[in-house]
Design a protein. Structure first.
Length: 94
């Protein structure tokens, strides 16, 4: 039982590190006029489990903080993830 939890935790950390890096790279490129990371890709990183990293990076780098509908979509992704985690916690009585 411990191994799947450990693997999921490691995967969660990796996805969030990648998400933060993507936001940082996109912010730097937006300042220098370079090629940007598409918003859809940033949202996919969040949807894959990187929403905590996405919210942290938005505040840290002041990036995509007022851009609609990006903000609403990111919030929706986070709400769905919280619901899934709550449902799993109830189902498995963690």
């Amino acid at each position: 039982m411990l191994l799947p939890i450990l693997a999921a935790s490691v995967l969660f950390v990796i996805v969030n590190v990648v998400t933060v890096a993507a936001f940082a790279i996109d912010k730097r490129r937006s300042s220098t006029g370079g090629w940007r990371i598409p918003e859809a890709r940033l949202l996919w990183f969040a949807a894959l489990g990187g929403s905590p990293g996405a919210f942290w990076a938005r505040g840290r780098y002041r990036h995509k903080t007022r851009k609609q509908p990006f903000v609403g979509r990111l919030q929706l992704i986070a709400m769905v993830q919280v619901g899934v985690v709550a449902g799993l916690a109830i189902a498995f009585a963690i």
